[in-house]
Ligand binder design. Structure first.
Ligand SMILES: CC/C=C\CC(=O)SCCNC(=O)CCNC(=O)[C@H](O)C(C)(C)COP(=O)(O)OP(=O)(O)OC[C@H]1O[C@@H](n2cnc3c(N)ncnc32)[C@H](O)[C@@H]1OP(=O)(O)O
Length: 717
């Protein structure tokens, strides 16, 4: 796991633990023993530490967290380096992260390739840099830089790290060769002043104002995530305590944090995010055997909000796009939107003006579907009407080349039905983007019963290539994301009907950590879209929406949202919705007395006496109704694993990452408790079928098993 060789007077110690040279127990032992070997070899005058393969060590082995940490620790390896009596050079390529960077900081010198990156990302997995980072970095780069790096986990490119003295020299070529050359130059020079523990932290007199400013920033963005605050404390220890005492204190804090639910959730999310690319279809095809088709040209049908957002996502990843609309007026409007989104990307520094120009020049347009005869892949993004989509897909089937893949950006409709309108159901797949599609990272890919593994592999690959987080699910109304969100939106309305205020519900869920409460989300998305589909659904059933309606199609129904829409209050875009806004399109909102009155009148007309609704009830009814649906999605095999569901929620709805996602959150609360509360609400609200408890949840509530085994259990149901 650790290789050792000598080249003249230089000993090279190379960590060899693929894929990322994590500092597992055996690696730490290997480093420690090989440092001893170099120390005891009189002919060795300097030592180079590096990583084999793709990277310098990226930190501790996260799989080992939760076990009792075995010595030597990273700090023991560090002390060994400091006391070696010979200069030690860290030669960094790839990413030098966490414990990897900490070892480098114990070294006397650090060199790096230009494309190397360094950082202390422990905070992102709910921890602090207890392997010396929080003590050493302030002594090298100063308190201000250490605070920024450690509380955000940001990785710095080598050139920026050199600016802060973290890297002594940026070198090009072969990193080991460069390391040896550097070692030969410094081998006979004094290096005691390079041992960071003997320095005092730069900017220590400004500790208090820096700390206050950082804590203010953390408060604004953390939403209940506490690791950044502990990181601040660990850096303060570098000023307040002698070096060894600071190390010991930070280690104690690290151990406490490691036991916390937040660290467990973040580490779960880290591996969950990596597991989603390992998909499997019920027919047996999977990520390892299916080969994605090469996609060079893509067409997007529909130049509305979704179509233009998807177009920008594709263009900015370097794909040429042929944008299609039904007439020139819509097309022109769409092109203008694409241009302004690209300009917005330049303003937000997502890409340079030059890149935006390049992207824009890769856009072509047409009003003629026939022009799609040579594209490799089509993404349809028209209205959510099944007949319209069926019509488009049957035309595409005739026009497009036989091997072309046909995707639908539907958020709700049955993929099998859309596929059935073609003679190539194996090449039909759902690619559900989230709005705004050029920004939101989730791409919910949906397979139908005939979608081929090759088609799935192609859209999963495409998602990665355009910087999205692609998650694969099966087909059902609303798939995973919207199916889980639906009961939550309904519960939010019912809670208002029963006595809560929209702003109260928003506040409770924002305090929980959601980026926006459900009523602000409704106003942002625009109430008219849901209103139209509710009216369509009613029409389809031969019913009409009426305002004293308390049941619809056998289910509890609340018509408050319809009443708002009837008044033209569609949300931000019309300047009023559940809140009122400064002007149409503005985000500046205030509570509207008219809405308060409308709610009161609504309750009066139905004879509902408002009651006090507690924070606990709001949280439970919003979160548990979605979680129950999540378990049904698992038990039906729509999602293969709870990890898939959680990643959908982290990236599609901004669910607080320090809770891991709704399914992991449920596992932490305890499935018995979640199940009991769902049964309680089922008893109270028998006309809301979303409270019918999931069978899988019931089973898991009796024999609690770790979340990693839920999927196995559902297959045996
Ligand atoms: C006292 C305690 C001292 C120190 C504390 C620490 O050091 S905590 C750990 C700090 N380091 C990190 O958090 C790094 C996490 N890793 C990453 O950010 C990325 O993986 C990385 C290194 C930038 C590489 O990204 P890339 O996209 O190239 O690869 P990918 O993420 O898919 O990872 C490849 C496989 O490696 C596994 N892996 C990555 N990091 C670790 C790790 N620290 N421990 C264990 N395993 C790790 C990852 O799960 C992938 O595995 P696979 O089976 O292929 O899915």
């Amino acid at each position: 796991m650790v290789d050792y060789w000598r080249q003249g007077s230089v000993a090279v110690i190379a960590v060899n633990n693929p894929p990322v040279n994590a500092l597992s127990y055996n690696v730490r032992v290997g480093l420690y023993n090989n440092l001893d070997k170099a120390a005891n070899d009189r002919d060795v005058l300097a030592v180079v530490i590096c990583g084999k393969g793709r990277t310098f060590p990226v930190g501790a082995d996260i799989h080992e967290f939760g076990q009792i940490p075995k010595e030597p620790w990273i700090t023991d390896v560090g002390r060994k380096i400091e006391s070696l009596g010979k200069p030690v050079i860290a030669a960094i390529h790839g990413t030098g992260l966490g414990g990897g960077l900490e070892i480098a900081l114990f070294c006397h010198y650090r060199i790096a390739l230009p494309n190397a990156r360094v950082g202390l990302p422990e905070v992102l997995i709910g921890l602090l840099p207890a392997g010396g980072g929080a003590q050493l970095l302030p002594r090298l780069a100063g308190i201000q830089v250490a605070m920024e790096m450690i509380t955000t986990g940001r990785q710095l490119p080598a050139s920026e790290a050199a600016k802060y003295n973290i890297i002594d020299k940026v070198v090009s070529g072969d990193i080991v060769k460069e390391g040896i050359e550097f070692a030969l130059r410094v081998q006979n020079k004094p290096f005691q002043d390079k041992i960071l523990r003997y320095r005092s932290p730069h900017g220590k007199d400004s500790l208090q104002p820096i700390t206050e400013a950082v804590l203010r920033k953390i408060k604004m963005r953390s939403r209940g995530f506490y690791a950044p605050v502990w990181c601040v404390r660990s850096i303060a220890n570098s000023v307040k305590l002698p070096f060894e005492e600071g190390l010991a204190q930070n280690r104690i804090m690290f151990q406490q944090m490691q036991l916390s639910g937040q660290a467990k959730a973040l580490q779960y999310a880290f591996f969950a995010e990596r597991s989603i690319s390992k998909w499997k279809l019920p027919c047996g095809g999977n990520f390892a055997t299916a080969v994605p088709r090469k996609i060079k040209t893509i067409s997007v049908i529909g130049a509305g909000t979704m179509g233009t957002g998807i177009t920008v996502a594709l263009l900015s990843a370097g794909f040429p796009v042929l944008l299609v609309e039904q007439n020139k007026r819509f097309l022109m409007k769409g092109v203008q939107t694409v241009q302004s989104l690209l300009e917005g990307g330049v303003k937000r520094r997502k890409f340079t003006a030059e890149q935006a120009k390049m992207a824009s020049s890769s856009l072509t347009t047409t009003v003629d579907l026939q022009a799609l005869n040579s594209v490799d892949l089509v993404i349809e993004a028209v209205f959510e009407t099944l007949s319209l989509k069926e019509d488009i897909f049957s035309k595409l089937d005739k026009i497009c080349k036989p091997e072309a893949i046909l995707c639908s950006n539907t958020s709700y409709l049955n993929i099998d039905k859309i596929a059935a309108s073609t003679r190539r159901p194996d090449k039909v797949v759902g690619t559900h983007f989230f709005s705004p599609a050029h920004i939101m990272r989730l791409m919910e890919n949906i397979y139908g019963c005939k979608t081929s593994p090759e088609t799935v592999a192609t859209v999963m690959d495409l998602g990665k290539r355009i910087g999205k987080v692609p998650v694969l699910v099966g087909t059902c109304p609303g798939f995973c994301a919207n199916r889980m969100n639906r009961p939550q939106s309904e519960e939010a309305l019912f809670l208002v009907e029963e006595g809560a205020q929209p702003e109260q519900i928003d506040q409770v869920l924002e305090d929980f950590g959601m980026p926006m409460g459900p009523f602000k989300v409704r106003d942002l998305a625009g109430g008219d879209i849901g209103w139209r589909s509710r009216k369509d659904a009613a029409l389809h059933l031969g019913l009409t929406l009426s305002y004293d309606l308390q049941f619809f199609n056998g289910e509890r129904y609340c018509s408050l949202a319809d009443k708002l829409c009837e008044l033209g209050r569609f949300g931000q875009k019309t300047g009023s919705g559940w809140y009122s806004y400064d002007k149409p399109g503005s985000k500046q909102l205030s509570i509207d007395e008219d809405v308060t009155k409308l709610i009161q009148n609504h309750r009066d007309s139905l004879g509902i006496k408002p009651r006090k609704i507690t924070t606990q009830e709001i949280q439970e009814r919003f979160l548990f109704s979605g979680i129950n649906e999540g378990f049904k999605i698992l038990e039906e095999g729509i999602a293969a694993r709870p990890e898939d569901i959680d990643i959908i929620w982290l990236y599609g709805f901004g669910f607080p990452r320090h809770y891991g996602g709704p399914m992991f959150y449920a596992s932490q609360i305890g499935l018995k408790r979640v199940y009991d509360r769902i049964c309680h609400y089922h008893e109270l609200f028998p006309y809301s079928s979303h409270w019918m408890p999931s069978k899988l949840l019931q089973k898991l509530s009796i024999q609690e098993v770790p979340i990693g085994q839920w999927a196995e259990l559902h297959s045996k149901l």
